[in-house]
Unconditional design. Structure first.
Lengths: 187, 294, 663
C-alpha cells in the first residue's frame, strides 16, 4: 500500500530561513510558483522535481527531499530560469547552494557521476591549479562506472586523432597562491 | 580605444579539446593587428564544478586570475570560454555584492579595475561591423550557418549580447558576407558537461540543437564556446546511429570563419581539428586562388 | 505685534488604548507636563479623539480659562482637524492648538519604555514652549467657480460629464482623439455579461453630444493651467480637423469620394490591422460624427495637386476647410476631473513571446478588433494569412506581476482573457488554452463567468508561459507556434502547438502622464499612476484641492469600477461647487514688504508658482491660495522678509529649545 502524507515534524522551516539568507538565495520567499523556470529549463523534463518544485520544497523546509534529489545535479547552470523568473529569483544560485550542502552532508545519490566529477575537479585543481580533461574523466569513470569509458571510446579516439586530447598533466608554478592564505572553515 | 595588448585568459579547455579556438583566435587577432598577451601562470577558473563544492574556493580561483591581470597592467581580460568568462565576471560581481562570501578575508576582494570581456563583444565593440566589412579578403562561398551563442555568454549578464535573440555574431558574420539562418535555439543550453556525466541526457540536448539547425536550413553551426563546440562536434556519429538521421554538420568557432574571411592563414585556423563535417569544411575553406564565388 | 497676555496651557496625553500607553509611561508624562512653564493643567486620558475626550478640552477651556492646548497623541494627519474643531467649539481660536505625535514618533518606534517616555517628554516640552507663541489665525475662503473641466472622454469622463451636466453644472469635456469613447469603444463584448460594448457606450456618447450643459471639444488638448483651486484658467488647444463641426451633417460621402480608392494608411483605431483613407472617421459611431483629414497623408496637403473630390462631394454644405487653423480656447473652471485613462503594455518588451517576430502572435486588444463585427475582418477570427486557427493559446500576465516589466497585477486581464476565450471559441470552434498563474475573478458575476468557461471546456493550465517558439520537435509542430510550459497542477512540462497566440497585455500609465501631472500639479505613486489622497478613504481626491481622478489614470480597473469612480469624482466636485467656497489652510507664507528688496529669489524657488512679482512696488507677493506652506521661500529669502504662519521664527526656536530641555 502506497501512502504519501507529510507531517509537520518532518518540515524544517528554520533550515528554509537559513537557506534564504545565503548569497543569491534572497528571493526564495517571493516565489509565485508560476512555473516559468520549469517551463524554460531544458533539463526540467529529466529531473525528479522541476525547479519550481524544488523551491516549493525548500520553502516549506523539506530538506531531505531537496538535497537527495537528482534535480540539483542535472542543473546545467544555463541561467534560463533566473532570467525568466518574474520575481527575479536567482534559482541557479539556489541550486548551487543545495549542491554544496548535499556534498557536505553526503546526501547526493550514490554513484551519480556529476557530483563525483565535481569532487575530482576540485581535488585536481586544488593540487595543480589546472585541470586535465582526460585524467578528470578517467578518474570520474573509475569511481562510478568504468564501463562508460567504452562508450566514450569513439569520442576519445576522435579527439586523439585531431590533436585535441592532451595527456599532459597541467600545473601552475605558484600553487601556494591559489587560495588566499588564511585559515578557513568549510563554507 | 586601447593601447597595448589585451590580457588573454585561455582556460584549460582552449589548451585541450578547444585548441582550435585558441589557434583561430590568435590568427584572427593577428589579422586585425590586435595584441593578445596570455596571462602568466593563470589557473583554472573552476567552471561550474567548483561552485558545487565550495563557494569561497570558487571565487578565490577567479580572484587570483584577476589580481594577476591587474598586476600585469592589463585593463581588459579576454576569456573566450563561456564558463571562464562567467566565472570571472560573476566573481567580480558577487564579491562586491556579498562581502560575507569573503568570510572576513581581506585579500579576497572584487577587482573592478579589470574588465572581463568575451572576444565576441570585443570584436563587436572595439573592432565593429564596419571595419569587418571593409577588411574582407575572401568572399564566402560556403553554405548558410546557424549562429549558436550558448548560455553563459548571454546569461545572466548581457554585456556580451542580449539574452533573447542575440544578434552580434550574426551581424559580424553578415558583415563578412557569411549568411546566417533564423535559429530559434541559439541560446538553448547544450548540456555542458552532461554529455560526459549523464550521457543520454546530454546527447539528447545536442541532438535537438543539431536537428533544429538543419531544419532551418543551416549547413554548419558557428559557436563561441569550446564546450558547446565539443558537444555539438563529437557525438554526431553516435546520433546518426541512434536516430537514423543523416547529420554531418561542421561546428566551427566564429573566430575560424571570421579569420578565414579576413584573410588569415588557413592553416593557422585549426580547421583540421574538426571531427564532424570535414568534407564540407574542406570545400568551404579553400584558399583564395581556388574560389569560384564572385 | 503679539500682545502680552498670560499664557495658560492645557496638556492632554492620550493613551490611545494600548497603542501609546503600552510603551510610553503616559501617567509620568502627564505629571512631567504639569510642571512645565505656563502649563495650568495636564491630564492623561484613554481616547482623546472620542466625544468625551473632546468634551474634556471644551470644559477645561471654559472652567480653567485655558488659552493654549497641546494634545500628545497620534499623527496630525488623523486628528489635528478634530482637535482644532474642539477648540473652536470651546470658544478658542483653533490655531492656539499644537499636536504632538507620541504614537508614530515615540511609541511605535521604540521597544524600550524608558527611552520612549524620554523622547515623548522632549516632544511635549517642545510643543509646550512653542504653543505659547501661537497667534490667532483665520482660515481664508476661496469662491469656487461652478464650471467643471473634464480631461479625457473615455467612459470615465463621459459618465462624470453626464452626472455633472444633469446636476445643472456646465462641463467642458476635452478629448485628445477625434472621437470620445476611449478604449471601451474598441472592445467587442464586455465581461461578465457579454454586453456589446458599443451598444452600451454609444447611447452615453450621444447623450454627451446632445446635452446642453456639456461643451464637447474633441481633437483638443489642455496646454496650460493657471490659477488656483476654485479659479483655474485653462488654455485648450483645438487641433484642426479640417472639417467644420457645425457645418458637417455626418453623411460621410466625402470619405467615399476620396481619390484614394484603396485605403492605404494604417488605421489606428484598428491598431494597424486595417487601413483607412487620409479623410476618415475613427469608427462608425464616432462622436462627433464628423470626419478628420490627416495632413500627413492627404495629397492636397502634401503636394497641393489633388482633385479634392471630397470637397465636391460635400457640395453646398462647404464643411471641408483645408485651411483650418489650430484654435486656442481659454476657459475658467473651478474644478477639474482627470480621466485620461491608460495605455496597454507594449508586448515587444517581452521578446520571449515573439510579438513582432511571429505574425500570429497578437495582443488582446488586437483580438478585440478581430472578433468585433465592425472590425478589420468583419468579426472573422483569422490569422494574418487568412487561415482559421484550430488551436489558440491565451497567455496571461504579459507585462504584469513581473519584476522585469511591471510589478502590479493589471486586474482586468484574467477576466478579459476568459471573455476572449469564449468569443474566439464561439467564432472558430478552436481548442483554446488559457495559461495563467492565478485566476483573479473577484467582481460580481466574475466567478460564475469562470465557471461557465470551465464548462465550455476551455483548457486552463496553471503555468506561466516561458517561451513561444517556432522550434518544432516533430511533424505535428511544424508551422505552429509551440508553447512550452510547466502544467504545475497536472505536474509535468508540456509542449502545446497552437496556431494563434493571444497576449493578455497589462495596463500601464500613459507615456505622457508626467506631463499631465505637471500641468495640474498632482502627484503620482512609484508606478506612475496618479496618486489618490488616501487609498481607502479618498480614492478620487488628489492632494491638490479641486482636482479629482476617475478611471484607469488612477490605477487599473474595469468598467464597473471606472463608472463608480467617475460618479464619485462628480459627487466630490458637486460638493465643492454647491458649498460655493473652499476653506484654505492658514499655514501660508507672506512677504513683509518693508523688508523685501526685490531680489526675486523666492519666485524661482516656489514649486507651486505661488509667488508673483508686483512691478508697481518692486516687491514679491505670495498668493495665499496657491501657497502650500512648504517653507522654501521663507528659508531662501536673503533678507528674511518672508514669514510663515504657524512656522514663525520664535515658534521654531522655542520648539528646538524644548526638544533639548530634557537631554
Amino acid at each position: 500500500m502506497q501512502r504519501e502524507l507529510r507531517f509537520q515534524r518532518e518540515a524544517d522551516p528554520e533550515w528554509a530561513r537559513q537557506v534564504s539568507e545565503r548569497p543569491g538565495c534572497e528571493g526564495l520567499y517571493s516565489c509565485l510558483q508560476c512555473g516559468a523556470c520549469s517551463g524554460t529549463c531544458p533539463l526540467s523534463i529529466y529531473m525528479d522535481f522541476t525547479p519550481r518544485r524544488i523551491v516549493a520544497l525548500v520553502r516549506e523546509g523539506f530538506r531531505q527531499d531537496a538535497l537527495r534529489s537528482r534535480t540539483i545535479w542535472l542543473c546545467a547552470s544555463c541561467y534560463s530560469c533566473a532570467v525568466h523568473c518574474p520575481r527575479q529569483i536567482h534559482i541557479t544560485d539556489l541550486m548551487y547552494s543545495l549542491k554544496r550542502e548535499a556534498m557536505q552532508t553526503h546526501l547526493y545519490p550514490a554513484r551519480l557521476p556529476i557530483p563525483v566529477l565535481a569532487q575530482e575537479f576540485h581535488k585536481m585543481v586544488g593540487r595543480r591549479g589546472r585541470s586535465s580533461e582526460f585524467w578528470l574523466v578517467l578518474r570520474m569513470a573509475l569511481r562510478t562506472n568504468p564501463l562508460v569509458l567504452l562508450g566514450m571510446a569513439r569520442a576519445g579516439w576522435d579527439l586523439i586523432r585531431t590533436g585535441r586530447l592532451s595527456l599532459r598533466r597541467e600545473r601552475i608554478r605558484d600553487i601556494r597562491s591559489l587560495y588566499p592564505a588564511t585559515p578557513r572553515e568549510t563554507a | 580605444m586601447m593601447s597595448g595588448a589585451y590580457g588573454y585568459f585561455p582556460g584549460c579547455s582552449l589548451k585541450g579539446t578547444g585548441v582550435a579556438y585558441e589557434e583561430s583566435l590568435l590568427a584572427l587577432f593577428r589579422a586585425l593587428h590586435l595584441g593578445l598577451a596570455e596571462l602568466e601562470d593563470w589557473n583554472c577558473c573552476g567552471a561550474t564544478s567548483y561552485m558545487s563544492i565550495d563557494e569561497r574556493d570558487a571565487f578565490s580561483l577567479s580572484a587570483r586570475n584577476l589580481t594577476m591581470t591587474q598586476k600585469a597592467g592589463h585593463r581588459d581580460l579576454i576569456a573566450p570560454c563561456s564558463a571562464c568568462y562567467l566565472a570571472l565576471r560573476k566573481t567580480q560581481d558577487y564579491l562586491e555584492r556579498y562581502p560575507k562570501i569573503a568570510g572576513g578575508n581581506g585579500s579576497l576582494t572584487s577587482i573592478r579595475a579589470v574588465r572581463v570581456r568575451h572576444p565576441l563583444e570585443v570584436l563587436y565593440t572595439d573592432v565593429g561591423v564596419e571595419r569587418i566589412r571593409k577588411t574582407v579578403a575572401r568572399h564566402w562561398h560556403g553554405g548558410r550557418v546557424a549562429c549558436y551563442y550558448g548560455c553563459q555568454t548571454v546569461r545572466p549578464y548581457s554585456e556580451v549580447d542580449r539574452d533573447h535573440d542575440p544578434v552580434r555574431m550574426d551581424e559580424l558574420l553578415g558583415a563578412a558576407e557569411i549568411p546566417t539562418v533564423d535559429y530559434s535555439l541559439k541560446t538553448k543550453c547544450c548540456g555542458g558537461s552532461l554529455t560526459g556525466t549523464t550521457h543520454d541526457v546530454g546527447v539528447r540536448l545536442v541532438y535537438i540543437l543539431l536537428k533544429e539547425a538543419a531544419r532551418k536550413g543551416a549547413e554548419a553551426i558557428v559557436t563561441v564556446c569550446p564546450l558547446c563546440q565539443y558537444n555539438l562536434d563529437a557525438y554526431q556519429s553516435e546520433i546518426r546511429r541512434s536516430s537514423g538521421e543523416r547529420l554531418d554538420m561542421p561546428v566551427l568557432y566564429f573566430t575560424q570563419v571570421l579569420g578565414w574571411a579576413l584573410g588569415a592563414e588557413i592553416e593557422s585556423l585549426g580547421l583540421a581539428r574538426a571531427i564532424s563535417g570535414r568534407k564540407r569544411i574542406a570545400q568551404w575553406f579553400q584558399p583564395a586562388e581556388k574560389e569560384a564565388y564572385v | 505685534m503679539s500682545e502680552r497676555e498670560t499664557v495658560r496651557i492645557g496638556v492632554y496625553v492620550c493613551h490611545c488604548g494600548t497603542n501609546i500607553a503600552a510603551t510610553v509611561d503616559v501617567k509620568s508624562l502627564a505629571e512631567y507636563a504639569g510642571l512645565l512653564p505656563n502649563v495650568v493643567l495636564s491630564r492623561d486620558y484613554k481616547y482623546m479623539c472620542s466625544d468625551p475626550g473632546q468634551d474634556l478640552i471644551r470644559q477645561d477651556i471654559r472652567d480653567r480659562q485655558l488659552n493654549r492646548i497641546v494634545v500628545a497623541s497620534c499623527s496630525p494627519h488623523l486628528h489635528e482637524h478634530t482637535f482644532r474643531t474642539a477648540l473652536k467649539v470651546g470658544g478658542l481660536n483653533p490655531f492656539y492648538f499644537h499636536m504632538v505625535n507620541i504614537r508614530e514618533q515615540a511609541s511605535w518606534v521604540h521597544e524600550n519604555r524608558a527611552q520612549a517616555t524620554r523622547k515623548a517628554k522632549n516632544l511635549v516640552s517642545a510643543a509646550v514652549q512653542r504653543v505659547a507663541f501661537h497667534q490667532p489665525l483665520e482660515r481664508g475662503r476661496v469662491a469656487i467657480q461652478p464650471d467643471v473641466l473634464i480631461v479625457g472622454g473615455g467612459i470615465a469622463g463621459i459618465h462624470a460629464a453626464l452626472t455633472l451636466a444633469n446636476a445643472g453644472k456646465h462641463v467642458f469635456l476635452v478629448e485628445r482623439e477625434a472621437t470620445i469613447g476611449g478604449h471601451m469603444a474598441r472592445f467587442d463584448k464586455t465581461f461578465p455579461t457579454l454586453d456589446c460594448a458599443a451598444c452600451i457606450l454609444t447611447p452615453k456618447m450621444s447623450a454627451v453630444r446632445a446635452h446642453p450643459n456639456i461643451t464637447l471639444w474633441t481633437y483638443s488638448e489642455v496646454t496650460k493651467v493657471d490659477g488656483y483651486v476654485g479659479n483655474y484658467k485653462v488654455t485648450v488647444l483645438r487641433q484642426p480637423r479640417y472639417v467644420d463641426e457645425d457645418l458637417c451633417s455626418g453623411c460621410l460621402e466625402c470619405i467615399e469620394a476620396c481619390v484614394y480608392k484603396q485605403a492605404k494608411v494604417p488605421d489606428d483605431f484598428n491598431l494597424g490591422l486595417s487601413k483607412r483613407r487620409p479623410i476618415y472617421i475613427p469608427f462608425p459611431q464616432a462622436v462627433p460624427q464628423v470626419p478628420v483629414v490627416d495632413p500627413e497623408t492627404c495629397i492636397q496637403f502634401k503636394s497641393g495637386k489633388c482633385k479634392t473630390t471630397c470637397i465636391a462631394a460635400c457640395g453646398d454644405r462647404h464643411a471641408i476647410n483645408l485651411r483650418m487653423e489650430p484654435k486656442e480656447e481659454r476657459i475658467e473652471v473651478g474644478t477639474v476631473i482627470l480621466a485620461t485613462g491608460f495605455q496597454t503594455f507594449d508586448a515587444h518588451r517581452v521578446p520571449y513571446y515573439g510579438y513582432g517576430k511571429y505574425p500570429n502572435v497578437y495582443t488582446a486588444l488586437e483580438v478585440e478588433r478581430l472578433v468585433n463585427a465592425s472590425g478589420p475582418t468583419a468579426g472573422e477570427v483569422v490569422l494574418r494569412d487568412g487561415r482559421r486557427p484550430e488551436a489558440v493559446g491565451i497567455v496571461h500576465c504579459v507585462g504584469s506581476r513581473d519584476e522585469n516589466t511591471h510589478r502590479w497585477c493589471s486586474r482586468v486581464c484574467c477576466m478579459y482573457s476568459l471573455k476572449l476565450a469564449h468569443l474566439i471559441k464561439e467564432h472558430t470552434g478552436a481548442e483554446i488554452f488559457n495559461f495563467y498563474i492565478d485566476m483573479r475573478t473577484p467582481g460580481k458575476g466574475f466567478e460564475e463567468f469562470y465557471q461557465k468557461l470551465l464548462t465550455e471546456r476551455v483548457h486552463f493550465i496553471r503555468g506561466r508561459v516561458a517561451e513561444v517558439t517556432d522550434w518544432a520537435l516533430d511533424p505535428t509542430e511544424e508551422g505552429k507556434l509551440v508553447i512550452r510550459v510547466e502544467d504545475t497542477l497536472a505536474g509535468f512540462v508540456r509542449r502545446i502547438p497552437v496556431d494563434m497566440v493571444v497576449l493578455a497585455t497589462g495596463l500601464e500609465p500613459r507615456t505622457d502622464a508626467p506631463e499631465v501631472r505637471r500641468l495640474f500639479n498632482i502627484s503620482c505613486a512609484s508606478e506612475g499612476f496618479f496618486l489618490e489622497r488616501h487609498p481607502k478613504l479618498a480614492p478620487v481626491n488628489t492632494f491638490t484641492d479641486g482636482i479629482f481622478l476617475a478611471g484607469c489614470c488612477q490605477g487599473p480597473k474595469d468598467i464597473p469600477d471606472t463608472v463608480a469612480q467617475a460618479g464619485a469624482a462628480a459627487a466630490e466636485a458637486l460638493a465643492l461647487i454647491d458649498a460655493g467656497y473652499l476653506e484654505t489652510e492658514p499655514n501660508t507664507a507672506h512677504v513683509e514688504e518693508e523688508k523685501c528688496c526685490g531680489c526675486k529669489t523666492c519666485i524661482s524657488m516656489c514649486p507651486y508658482h505661488a509667488v508673483a512679482f508686483v512691478d508697481e512696488i518692486h516687491k514679491s507677493r505670495v498668493n495665499e491660495v496657491l501657497c502650500k506652506g512648504c517653507g522654501t521661500c521663507v528659508a531662501a529669502c536673503p533678507s528674511g522678509a518672508i514669514r510663515q504662519n504657524l512656522f514663525e521664527d520664535d515658534e521654531i526656536f522655542a520648539e528646538i529649545e524644548g526638544v533639548f530641555s530634557n537631554a
